[in-house]
Design a protein around this ligand. Structure first.
Ligand code: ATP
Ligand code: MN
Length: 509
């Protein structure tokens, strides 16, 4: 047996065939923070490789279901061979042989062991540490399970309960963070698979629409295939984003330009999560929070305190058009400003009806919440989500994330306690049947909710529409507010005009 901890790593690989780094000797770096990396690996089975720098190598675990920000989720982490430090920068395709598949740099940063002797902690099967990554932060622990004769050591990777935890989050982060932290590419883009599927809907609409080549999305068509909206040039303006409604990229850009006076105040100065659907709502969709290669200069990159990679922000009409160009069909701001990310200023109460409930039940729930919120001296506002439910939004001042989350939880749980047959705060599907799920988990750092006036990447091209409380009444039909119909509402006074001025301090305790 060799003493080289990387010998098993090398033995498994043929470096004349794989693009993975060979790694020389274990590297002892002096006085530097320890690195960590998470690589999403689409091998025989999709998993996330979790790696911590220690003793000059990357200690590694394969986390089958990926990490979760929910402290209740204990994720199986199978110990695998040490990897060389150079592996921490690897993203690409392993074409054949061991580990064949696509590797994405999913997270990276530094880690801080909780004790002075993490090697001893590892040997003892219990390691506590803090992650300072772009997606994973705060306290975590790895605990080795009792061996049951398996050759490999099975561990559990668990989030500690702290400010960075998102109880109830399950796999939300994995869905939200679908692109590389390094290059902003999706798995498909890293794999070099064509990002564009043939667009049947586009061909169904004659004359105006050109069929496009089903590959090389970065190649530009001749200028006849460009359009200008708000002074910003759009390529492929006739690309169809909502096929059933025949709504194109140009239509989206024109909608955003028209509603900019109402939409921009709602998102400006805040980090955004963007739901991208570059091939329209029937293609691949994914959330993006970080800048990537090719992010337009019209989209601002901000680095709020505590973030290690720039987040996206849009403050201008031109930025909105850039979003349309970018295939960002939904805009989801944080409930905090970039300059003051530790002080959220909006409480979001998300009402999700069980599938067997009609919309009037959601309306009744919003009215019940309104009463509770007003009883606390706060001022609630209501909007459609463009989906199945409603959002009750409350402007607040001076709150911390914890105070906001606590207050939102108290409001929703009080309603649940009062009428448990109508309301639940539990996310389990079985419990939700016949009830309205009052989701207060949006009130956490890094969480977002769809912007007022943002379209949804859903059938119908619906938008999230701010309402006057007088409109929140039986018969309200959220599907009435679409990209086509909504601009007509601009002529009427803004039902949310008093939003900023209505901010109040959260009640104590
Ligand atoms: P609906 O009325 O249909 O529930 P919604 O916008 O409330 O519409 P939800 O699925 O309840 O949709 O999600 C609530 C909010 O949580 C969304 O508006 C969105 O901002 C955020 N969200 C949900 N899923 C994700 C995700 N995978 N990544 C990032 N944010 C998400
Ligand atoms: Mn919802």
């Amino acid at each position: 047996m060799s003493d080289d901890p990387l010998a098993p790593y090398r033995a498994k690989r043929d470096f004349s065939r794989t693009p993975e780094p060979e790694g020389t000797a274990p590297k002892r770096r002096k006085q530097k923070a320890l690195r960590f990396v998470v690589q999403k690996h689409e091998a025989t089975r999709l998993h996330y490789d979790f790696r911590l720098e220690l003793g000059g190598v990357l200690k590694s675990w394969a986390v089958t279901r990926g990490p979760s920000l929910d402290p209740a989720e204990k994720r199986l982490a199978v110990e695998v061979e040490d990897h060389p430090l150079e592996y921490g920068g690897f993203e690409g395709v392993i074409a054949e042989g061991y580990g064949a598949g696509t590797v994405m740099l999913w997270d990276r940063g530094t880690w801080i062991p909780a004790s002075d002797d993490p090697a001893a902690d590892l040997a003892a099967g219990r390691l506590r540490f803090t992650l300072e990554g772009e997606r994973l932060r705060g306290g975590w622990h790895l605990v080795r399970m009792r061996p049951r004769g398996e050759a490999k050591h099975n561990w559990l990777l668990v989030k500690d309960e702290d400010e960075e935890a998102r109880p109830g989050d399950a796999d939300a982060l994995l869905k939200e963070a679908a692109v590389s932290v390094s290059t902003g590419r999706s798995m498909a883009e890293i794999a070099g698979r064509p990002a564009e599927a043939p667009r049947k809907a586009a061909r169904a609409k004659p004359a105006a629409v050109k069929a496009e080549p089903a590959k090389a999305p970065r190649k530009r068509l001749p200028s006849s295939a460009e359009a200008m909206v708000a002074g910003v040039s759009l390529t492929h303006p006739d690309r169809v984003y909502w096929p059933a409604e025949a709504i194109t990229k140009r239509d989206l850009a024109e909608y955003l330009e028209a509603v900019a006076p109402r939409l921009l105040p709602w998102i400006a100065g805040r980090p955004l999560s963007l739901l991208r659907a570059p091939d329209g709502i029937t293609g691949e969709t994914f959330f993006q929070r970080h800048a990537g290669r090719g992010t337009s200069k019209l989209i601002t990159q901000v680095k709020p305190r505590g973030e290690s990679a720039p987040l996206l922000q849009v403050d201008t009409p031109e930025g909105l058009i850039a979003l349309a160009q970018f295939g960002a069909l939904e805009i989801h701001p944080w409930p905090a400003r970039s300059a003051t990310v530790t002080r959220p200023d909006r409480m979001i109460l998300d009402l999700d009806p069980a599938e067997d409930l009609g919309f009037d039940a959601v309306v009744a729930a919003a009215l019940a919440l309104r009463e509770r919120v007003e009883a606390l001296g706060l001022v609630p506002f209501c909007k459609t989500t463009g989906g199945k439910g409603l959002h009750v939004v409350v402007p607040v001042t001076g709150a911390t994330w914890k105070a906001l989350h606590d207050a939102a939880g108290r409001i929703c749980k009080a309603l649940e306690a009062e009428e448990p047959s109508r309301f639940t705060t539990e996310s389990a599907k079985a419990v939700r049947s016949g009830r309205i799920f009052l989701d207060f988990q949006r009130n956490a750092r890094g969480a977002s909710a769809v912007a007022a006036w943002s379209p949804r990447a859903r059938p119908g091209a619906t938008v999230s529409m701010p309402l006057d409380w007088a409109e929140v009444a039986p018969g309200l039909d959220p599907r009435a507010f679409t990209i086509r119909t909504s601009p007509a509402r601009l002529a009427a006074p803004d039902p949310w005009a008093g939003f900023e001025a209505a901010a109040r301090d959260l009640p104590k305790g």
